[in-house]
Design a protein around this ligand. Structure first.
Ligand code: URA
Length: 236
């Protein structure tokens, strides 16, 4: 085994991004690997170019679990989820939805930052579904340990991870709670989608949808049943 494989301590972020030497898209997925610690995870290749893995964070038995896509540049360096601009917007939306931050466990579908270099910057690259599936191992553990009353899926990657369906379409399911096994999942926009909206009107619409979904999650977590009429997705 190479020394690189054995290394588990977080590495310092390099100042000048280097080209991604082992793009996760190319690296083999190793679903048989069942590491006990996130630092040791080699289930996909994304660990190679990340500073460190970013686990979820929040109260151990939070009533609401919020799932994003993957850590961004700032989260990669801090080792904590949602500490950058998307996190700032999420905090504001939680406050506007009157959901207490201490009720919420925040995590990501994928625990390593996937990026490509542009000049000196590390740009976000959407994780492949095979990487999302490989990382489901960790999401499952977080869900089992927190046992939230409701899960909010921020964006399509989180929705696909939670439903285990590559064809799940966010726009078709937006804001409608769905039952996935014994979980109630509320799908909504990712805060980065709100931040990237092309104009003020689109931004306001997306932000309102995000706040509504969080408010809905707050109601469900508070004991209110989700509205009738939702069909559990086919998980076969
Ligand atoms: N975007 C995410 O999906 N997760 C983070 O932790 C930060 C930005």
């Amino acid at each position: 085994m190479s020394t690189r494989q054995e290394k588990s301590a977080p590495r310092a972020a390099s100042r000048t991004p280097r080209p991604s030497s082992a793009d996760g898209d190319e690296a083999p997925i190793q679903p048989d690997q069942q590491p006990r610690k996130l630092e040791d995870c080699r289930r996909c290749g994304l660990w190679r170019d990340a500073t460190q893995p970013v686990p979820g964070r929040g109260p151990r038995h939070a009533a609401i679990l919020v799932v994003g896509e993957q850590p961004g540049d700032q989260e990669d360096q801090a080792g904590e989820p949602f500490v950058g601009p998307a996190g700032g917007l999420l905090d504001r939306a939680l406050a506007d939805a009157h959901v207490r931050r201490d009720m919420v466990f925040v995590t990501n579908a994928v625990k390593h930052f996937k990026w490509f270099p542009r000049g000196k910057r590390r740009m976000h690259k959407t994780p492949a579904q095979r990487e999302v599936m490989a990382c489901h191992y960790w999401l499952e553990r977080e869900l089992a340990s927190v046992r939230p009353k409701v899960v909010v899926a921020l964006g399509a990657t989180a929705l696909r991870a939670l439903t285990q369906r590559a064809d799940a379409r966010l726009t078709a399911m937006l804001g409608q709670p769905i039952q996935v096994g014994d979980m109630t999942v509320v799908p909504t926009y990712h805060p980065s989608f709100v931040l990237r909206a092309p104009d003020a009107h689109a931004r306001d619409m997306a932000y309102s949808a995000l706040v509504d979904a969080l408010r809905q999650a707050g109601r469900i977590a508070g004991g209110e049943a989700p509205p009738d009429g939702e069909q559990p997705p086919d998980r076969s």
